[in-house]
Design a protein around this ligand. Structure first.
Ligand code: IPD
Ligand code: CA
Length: 288
């Protein structure tokens, strides 16, 4: 594979296969660490963008674990993670990792958090200049592992090793759609997100706020919800879930593609209406 800054040429499938297996393996081992060593009282180590945007000791430990494992197997790849520490590389491949997606659920002991690991090409810090090609999202409480690679579909591996390919729902009516979403940590953004939600709520079946963007995207792929949208996501929240949803057959988009402005995913039958609805709402409430 050549590797200019924004070269989105994918590696060949034999390498992608190896990297998908590595993503699955490291996501699983970090997930075991996070759940097996979760203290009864999880302590907040620090806060980031607001007083409710917390980092626990285990967020950092999980990231350190992922970084060490990835550096060991793939020393020439870069790593971009949510917490402090990362790595530069020369291979043109970057691992985009979220050591605990759903940190607030982790803090409270709500069983909806995950480790998200994706191998991407391009520059994951620039909107529209990158794409994931192999990845895994692991929920260590339910022991469910979602995995995918470009062109090969996506699967969930359940406890005991049972593996199933993912398929979105057959929903084609926005009025019948169960829609997952999430909110950021900054008060000003949350207020704008509430206005968008206010427009949307009367037009859909109902809303789910599960608390992990990575699991939300996998849920669209798995047909557990009909659609998902969120504004303000970072690359680590969405990289692996984007791939899992898209490879399952969901339609994944945003404003000029998935990213910070908007990330949406929906069952194919909702593609004529849902993306336009959330794009229009985002332009009205979140931009400007
Ligand atoms: C958050 C979760 C949440 C989403 C937020 C994310 P974190 O990630 O994915 O569901 O609504 O936008 O920041 O902080 O738990 O890693
Ligand atoms: Ca996250």
């Amino acid at each position: 594979m050549s590797s200019t800054a924004h070269d989105l040429t994918l590696p060949d499938d034999s390498l992608a296969q190896v990297l998908e297996a590595l993503a699955a393996d490291v996501a699983r081992s970090a997930g075991r660490l996070v759940v097996d060593e979760r203290p009864d009282a999880v302590e907040v180590a620090s806060t980031k963008s607001s007083a409710t945007d917390v980092v626990t000791v285990m967020d950092q430990r999980s990231q350190d674990h992922l970084l060490a494992r990835l550096r060991e197997s793939r020393p020439d790849d870069a790593v971009l993670g949510e917490e402090s520490g990362g790595a530069t590389g020369t291979s043109g491949i970057t691992w985009v990792i979220d050591p605990i997606d759903g940190t607030v659920n982790y803090l409270y002991g709500i069983p909806a958090y995950a480790v998200s690991v994706a191998a991407v090409v391009g520059d994951p810090t620039t909107h529209g200049a990158w794409r994931p090609f192999a990845g895994a999202v692991y929920n260590p409480v339910t022991d469910e592992l979602y995995r995918a690679r470009a062109g090969a579909g996506s699967r969930v591996v359940r406890p005991g090793g049972e593996e199933r390919s993912l398929t979105p729902t057959g929903c084609s009516d926005v009025g019948q759609a169960l829609v997952a979403t999430g909110f950021g940590y900054a008060a000003e953004r949350r207020e704008r997100q509430a206005h968008l939600l206010l427009d949307l709520l009367p037009q859909v079946r109902d809303i789910r706020r599960i608390g992990s963007a990575a699991l939300d995207l996998c849920a669209v792929g798995a047909g557990l919800v009909d659609a998902y949208y969120e504004t303000g996501l970072n690359p680590w929240d969405l990289a692996a879930g984007w791939l899992v949803a898209a490879e399952a057959g969901a339609v994944v988009g945003g404003l000029d593609g998935p990213g910070q402005d908007l990330t949406s995913a929906c069952a194919p039958g909702l593609a004529p209406a849902f993306p336009d609805l959330v794009e229009e709402g985002t332009r009205r409430h979140l931009r400007g």
